[in-house]
Design a protein around this ligand. Structure first.
Ligand code: GLC
Ligand code: CA
Length: 533
């Protein structure tokens, strides 16, 4: 098959042309009243997801874990966390979703395991243990200090001294998340078996946690210090990730995963968490069509919500991605907080505009549960924090709990998440003010807009497939074309004129009529989709 054909064949359409939806399983629906969302809860909402029009769902970690980092510390890669359900529940979820044309993606965490994983428990037991070399161990410096200057993303040294064998082990995140040694062939094989295990059970793909960072410099050289030109995140860390992330050899590993994924009749997809702030580096993870199917675009996520900057990031992405590479756009996730708060200050006209951006660019949108109703972040008091990041860095960094609170299904006690009277694992946001039930049949609601946008995208060849082209437009507006469809966006409190005409297909303003316009005038924060001619 020609690559072009491959990109638009039925097997790839669900992820190139559809819309993906991220679910934080602990917070979606609690089916058994223990205050924790679960797989059976998700099954009960498949009709909702089909109604909304999503074609793929990515679940945050579903595997057994002591939950020191809420599932990102996996203790058994081929299991289901008992709090979330059973293997049968997961299989049923995959089947029932499949009946509705919804594909299930799981979260793959290859960089590190829990310190409670049996591999690590064996590894730390003795220098000559079978799994010793599966993790990154190194001797102390002569003065007893850590082997090098690497810092953990979650604070402090990335090395933890381990008494039984008088060496340090590496952890780029928490000390309960020991980094695997990806130079070791057995590690590579064991993790490929994990991928196979799930692919064989019908999992349609994986979101890959810190995909760019699994391989570390073999010589464990010191990272270089941060410079004033570096991103504030790097400056806060005090050093660049010179040798502990984004190493050249990681691409070999990703190519092997891709080969495995492509060996299935229905190709499975790899969606990488390429947490890199330089778009050229992100683009490299598409390889020559032989690495990630999609690489998350964090420069877009961290852009300010301004026409000029968003347009620049999109243009740069379009210019740097290799031919046929498929972009992916997201505004919220379980780490970066919710865009209705981050970008839009909780204002609904801005949130409506942001949804238009996400749904009309060339590439796949990934919505985070609640984005469709404009759910905002919820302030969590210090004593209720569950996220180790917030617990450690309060008050400078309040962590990620505020975007992980239970989904708002209805205004009744318990938000339709848990039965009334049950205390949820993380407190509720203001579900009286914003919930699915109230928005569902209201044509002017955020949910209706989101659903309309998804439907329009699925119907429109232009929105699904055509290239992206910027069009010149007044300050604080952003106008682009996708084939013969025009998207015009006003990022300001002032009305704006765009030199565009056509038939209105959709507007963020429910009052705008759908007829043809000669010269488009945009209301403050309005977004309009026009068919030309
Ligand atoms: C990724 C996850 C984040 C987790 C970290 C360590 O960035 O998205 O939630 O804490 O990896 O696994
Ligand atoms: Ca439950």
């Amino acid at each position: 098959m020609e690559p072009e054909e491959k990109m638009s064949s039925d097997a790839t359409r669900w992820w190139t042309e559809g819309v993906l939806y991220q679910i934080y399983p602990r917070s979606y629906v609690d089916s058994n009243g223990d205050g924790i969302g679960d797989l059976r809860g998700i099954i009960s909402k498949l009709d909702y997801l089909a109604w909304l029009g999503v074609t793929g769902v990515w679940l945050n970690p579903t595997m057994e874990s002591p939950n020191t980092d809420w599932g990102y510390d996996v203790s058994d890669y081929t299991s289901v966390h008992p709090e979330l359900g059973t293997m049968e529940d997961l299989e049923e979820l995959i089947d029932r979703a499949g009946e509705r044309g919804i594909h299930i993606l799981l979260d793959f965490v290859p960089n590190h395991t829990s310190d409670q994983h049996e591999w690590f428990m064996d590894s730390r037991s003795a220098k000559d243990s079978a799994h010793r070399d599966w993790y990154v161990w190194a001797d102390p410096k002569p003065d007893g200090s850590p082997p090098n200057n690497w810092r953990s993303v979650f604070g402090g040294s990335a090395w933890e001294y381990d008494d039984p064998t008088n060496q340090y082990y590496l952890h780029n995140f928490l000390d309960t998340q020991a980094d695997l040694n990806w130079w070791n062939e057995d590690v590579r094989n064991a993790m490929e078996d994990v991928l196979r295990f799930w692919f064989d059970r019908g999992v349609a793909g994986f979101r890959i946690d810190v995909a760019h960072a699994v391989v570390k410099d073999r010589e464990l050289r010191d990272n270089l210090p941060a410079t004033p030109e570096d991103d504030p995140r790097i400056q806060r860390l005090g050093q660049q990730h010179t040798f502990n992330m984004d190493q050249p050899e990681v691409h070999d590993i990703i190519r092997k995963w891709r080969k495995l994924a492509d060996s299935y009749d229905q190709p499975r997809i790899l969606l990488g968490e390429t947490f890199l702030l330089d778009l050229a580096r992100v683009a490299a993870y598409y390889g020559t069509g032989d690495e990630l199917n999609m690489a998350f675009n964090f420069p877009f996520v961290f852009s300010s919500f301004e026409a000029k900057q968003l347009k620049e990031v999109v243009e740069l992405t379009e210019s740097l991605l290799p031919p046929l590479a498929w972009p992916v756009w997201t505004g919220s996730n379980h780490d970066v907080l919710r865009f209705p708060t981050r970008w839009c200050d909780g204002e609904s006209d801005k949130t409506r505009l942001a949804l238009v951006v996400l749904m009309t660019l060339r590439g796949t949108p990934v919505l985070y549960y609640g984005d469709e109703i404009g759910m905002t972040d919820t302030k969590i008091p210090r004593e209720e924090l569950r996220d180790p990041v917030g617990q450690r860095f309060w008050p400078e960094d309040r962590g990620r709990d505020s975007c992980r609170t239970p989904m708002h299904w209805s205004a009744e006690d318990g938000a339709g998440f848990s039965p009334p009277g049950v205390e949820p694992w993380l407190r509720y946001g203001d579900y009286g003010a914003c919930n699915v039930e109230d928005q569902k049949d209201k044509s002017s609601s955020m949910l209706s807009l989101c659903r309309e946008l998804i439907a329009l995208r699925l119907e429109s060849d232009d929105l699904r497939r055509a290239g992206y082209e910027s069009v010149e437009s007044p300050e604080n507006t952003w106008v682009f074309r996708r084939g013969s469809t025009t998207v015009a966006l006003n990022f300001s409190d002032e009305a704006a004129r765009a030199d565009e005409s056509g038939t209105v297909l959709l507007s963020t303003d429910p009052a705008r009529s759908r007829g043809s316009v000669g010269e488009l005038s945009l209301a403050p924060w309005e977004g309009v989709i026009l068919a030309q001619g």
